[in-house]
Design a protein around this ligand. Sequence first.
Ligand code: RBF
Length: 348
Amino acid sequence: MKHRACAALAVSMVLAAFFIPGGCRRNSGPDASRGSSIGVFIPGVMSGSPVYEMLAEGVRSAVDRYNSAQTGAGPVELTVIEGGYNQAEWETKLTAMAASLAYDLIVSSNPSLPDIVSHISSRFPDQRFLLLDGRLEGNPHVYTLRYNQREQAYMAGSMAALVSEAAGPGPRKVGLVAAQEYPVMNNIILPGFLEGAQGINPGYTVDFRIVGNWYDAAKAGELAADMIRGGVRVLLCIAGGANEGVIHAAAEGGAKVVWFDTNGYAIGPGIVVGSSVLYQDKAAYNQVLRYLEGTLSFGAAETLGVKDGYVDFIQDDPAYIRAVPPELRERQAAIIEGIRSGALALPL
Ligand code: RBF
């Protein structure tokens, strides 16, 4: 008798989860009466990596905005966990977050996350994920947003070649110092950078060097110095905390730097001659708010670029205006306008 009563209760709880609106609260926004919890997983460390700083900042702003606008609802709680530089540990750490059942939504960012999350998602099917800077389509528990980094890298390449040309006779060679090789780097960013440089002159090549991690500024500096000795006059750096070494080497060797992801003009005034950015803070803010309002489409994969307002090249910074002569800025402005208007189409 007791068993039958228990079975009936269990069945009715399962049915309630399916049929009562809000019974399955992970499928929509947060539970208005109990609040909700969001966990941000940083695959690396925040310091020195603006993509991750922007991620945490955007999620925090969305949660603050949601909490301050809610009346009577429990507050949404936010936890940020740094995964550290050992990439082999990320899956275990992210699995622990999912297994804890502590988070209605886990937010992260990185092109390697979709693969890791696919594994975890099959073991924890109730867990929802919001992944930026990565792509996975058709998993009903995962929403992804990536940026058009062909556009972002193209604008870096055109600026690098414009400044290199203006530096006088020398090899038509621009530099790219990257922390590590990964598919987006090798198949989108590096070719996009080359394509942008060759748009200025088809004779350009790219000297491509790998640091081996996202923090070793001394190693990045040595690579950059070697490239500068080899005739490179402008370098793009995508190496997180190691970027500092590239700035230092450029300052010593009379070279220039194009910055990636955030506005970097203030980091090396007169040395940084371009900032090809993505607005990950805005993406995190908007998508987390959509989640909290119950309108985020899990299963969808979006790609956003210049015309959507998520990728850009910063042209109005006084340090850019001081560092780059007007005729070069005008040529760069025309290229950016071409991308924005669609006249120069750079799809992924
Ligand atoms: N970008 C960073 O700024 N800091 C990092 O620590 C970092 N770690 C990464 C680890 C992996 C495995 C991959 C694939 C990318 C990483 N990125 C990192 C690069 C980031 O996702 C993005 O491609 C670049 O910031 C260029 O937009």
